[in-house]
Design a protein around this ligand. Sequence first.
Ligand code: AGP
Length: 632
Amino acid sequence: MCGIVGYIGTQTATEILLSGLEKLEYRGYDSAGIATIWEGDVNCVRAKGKLHNLRSKLEQVETHAQIGIGHTRWATHGKPEEYNAHPHMDAAMRVAVVVNGIIENYSELREELKQKGYQFRSDTDVEVIPHLIADFFKHSPASVPFSPSLFLEAVRDTVKKLRGAFAIALISADYPDELIVVRQQAPIVIGFGQGEFFCASDTPAIISYTRAVLPLDNGEIARLTPLGVEVYNFAGERLKKQPRLLNLNPMMVEKQGFKHFMLKEIYEQPGVVRACLDAYFNADWNVSDSTNSPVKLGLSADIYSDLEQIQIVACGTSWHAAIVGKYLLEQLAGIPTQVHYASEFRYAPTPLTPNTLTIGVTQSGETADTLAALAMEKERRQGKEPKYQARLLGITNRPESTLGQMIFHIINTLAGIEIGVAATKTFVAQLMAFYALALDLAYLRQSISPTRLQEIINGLRQIPGEIEATLEKQEHYIEQLAHEFAETKDFIFLGRGINYPIALEGALKLKEISYIHAEGYPAGEMKHGPIALLDAKVPVVAIATPGSVYEKVISNAQEAKARDSRLIGVTPVNDGEAAEIFNDLIPVSKVDELLSPILTVIPLQLLAYHIAARRGLDVDQPRNLAKSVTVE
Ligand code: AGP
């Protein structure tokens, strides 16, 4: 995934583009570049690595350009080198292009262009675009009837030749008052200011300048000039579109005194859980209320009726939330549920089952694998008899995303924008969505008693306060503990039952931001192989919450201790066997076992954060990663 930004107006473009790119750096940071039009030429400056490298280079360039485009890259085609950085230009250096996405048929287009004598300077798929535009100009008439601009026509002609998922922004020195923006299955929004217009892959890039935005739909091209914005479809017909006001405050995309976004986002979790409680649960419901539902997700009967099975597709942290979801849907609502990695499901789908709900979980709503798995499911069920037809539900933090446009039924996870590449608050919000869904289904199917339902909802209402207590009481201790592990090479995380996915999530958090090798295992599986890894150099974090598997986890932890591992317990129990076996004990509050994952994940997030921070790593932008992965 990459980030693109564009500006046309009356202010100096460079600073606006750079500040936009700063907000988009979470999308990729292998290289960055901007192109502006100044004194009749395109000025293009690019730098390998993070944005500060580009900033230093730009200090030597004086320009008062009022139009420009910028890009921050997560490398797909071609190494993260300056020659592969965007913007890419035609041979005459008149057209500059930035792209987020992939041009699938680039090799054939590249070959055709080479045959025509065009020379390529990069290894990217994107470079075909400026050459195709130059080729159009070479053979085009001076104008196209009924079209406001030949540049627009050149872009329209070019995008019709491209296959793939992409968002593009383009400028041309020969059309210095036009910024052209294209969307085909990769997000892009247009921003409306006072006599100035913007485009960006994501709204945080422009929120400091305007809250009036228009997200483009697939197959649309926008032409931005100092006088306004026109939107066309790929057939060239003008479309009527209305911008809308964003409910986003610029402060949400600032660190607000925290050293990193990740830490800020960890601390936002009590508020996120409160927002979900308010939105998902009926505050007035009580056990004797037989007319109202305790849950108010607003999902219609076509999702719920005659439901026999649920299948969930997701990636990474969202996949971990889905495994907690499976546990809840099966244990509370009694519905058999399967969880698939979206990237696997796409190529090995399960046989079609009747009356099946397919849930896609993706915080960004842009993960290519998840979207493709859902699209495939929709397609293969099309035209089948009613019970086999697709029922799709999306759980996302970005309802305005591609997922939101593709699926009618959405649960909005209400975590607010998450900037840190490592997901924290969006994970907890996804868990809340699964609690609400499982309880809604349990209520409708009467699979648990109203008293038990009330007990769980009451327990959920306590969670924000318990997270606050964990943060307040444990962060300092966890930070000290983390210092002792800054040089550790391997970590094992153990959990069982509903806390097994939390062990996976703890390991993923540590891997992705500290680059320490970590594995999460169901505690009972250790003895079947992984126990061979253990010795005094491999610490083991065990999640031991009272309930169905507490004693089992303690026994598994004992087995690790017998192999000299240092044992860190995440547990509400601080006496008896737990106090004896754990070398380090991170207390969490005692809650219903079913609710424990929302609490046990907090110390693991803090542990990963503090180990990475102690190692002096870039916590918010870990190497090789991007916030969401819009390529296969
Ligand atoms: C989370 O910390 C990761 N950065 C990553 O695993 C992420 O959860 C995964 O790429 C899925 O993203 P999504 O939720 O936006 O689909």
